[in-house]
Ligand binder design. Structure first.
Ligand code: FEO
Length: 134
């Protein structure tokens, strides 16, 4: 069973960005599945690296998009991306050093880390994105 299921509440109403968010959710679910199957650490690591890499790619893309629509809260949103990137990189470093294993707590952290950001921060640009389409 997937850890996160995409639903309308997670939509920002921008197709490219919704697709990227869905891909990120898929990556968290893959990591969760691998963990649930008891995969070894060396199998989890590439999945975690892929998630971090794509997170950074997504944040950059989204920031360019917000710049294009001249989003008023761009600086604030970028700051939040920086904070989230640091958080997940810090987590990956602890995983690398053996301080942490991928546990259900960590998976819940990643789930909340992503879904809270989409619902509380990303969705704030939706009205301006809709206006920019007109
Ligand atoms: Fe979709 Fe602000 O990350």
């Amino acid at each position: 069973m997937p850890l996160i299921t995409w639903n309308k509440n997670l939509s920002v109403n921008v197709p490219d960005l919704d697709a990227q968010h869905q891909k990120l959710i898929g990556m968290i679910n893959d990591l969760h599945d691998a963990m649930a199957k008891g995969q070894a650490r060396n199998m989890l690591k590439p999945l975690l690296d892929r998630l971090i890499q794509y997170t950074v790619t997504h944040f950059r893309y989204e920031e360019q998009y917000m710049q294009q629509i001249q989003y008023a809260k761009l600086a604030e949103h970028k700051g939040e991306h920086e904070r989230l990137t640091n958080q997940v990189q810090n987590f990956a470093q602890k995983f690398d050093s053996g301080e942490l294993s991928v546990t259900i707590e960590i998976m819940n952290f990643l789930r909340d880390w992503l879904t809270n950001h989409i619902q509380r921060v990303d969705k704030q640009y939706t009205p301006q994105a809709a206006a920019a389409k007109n």
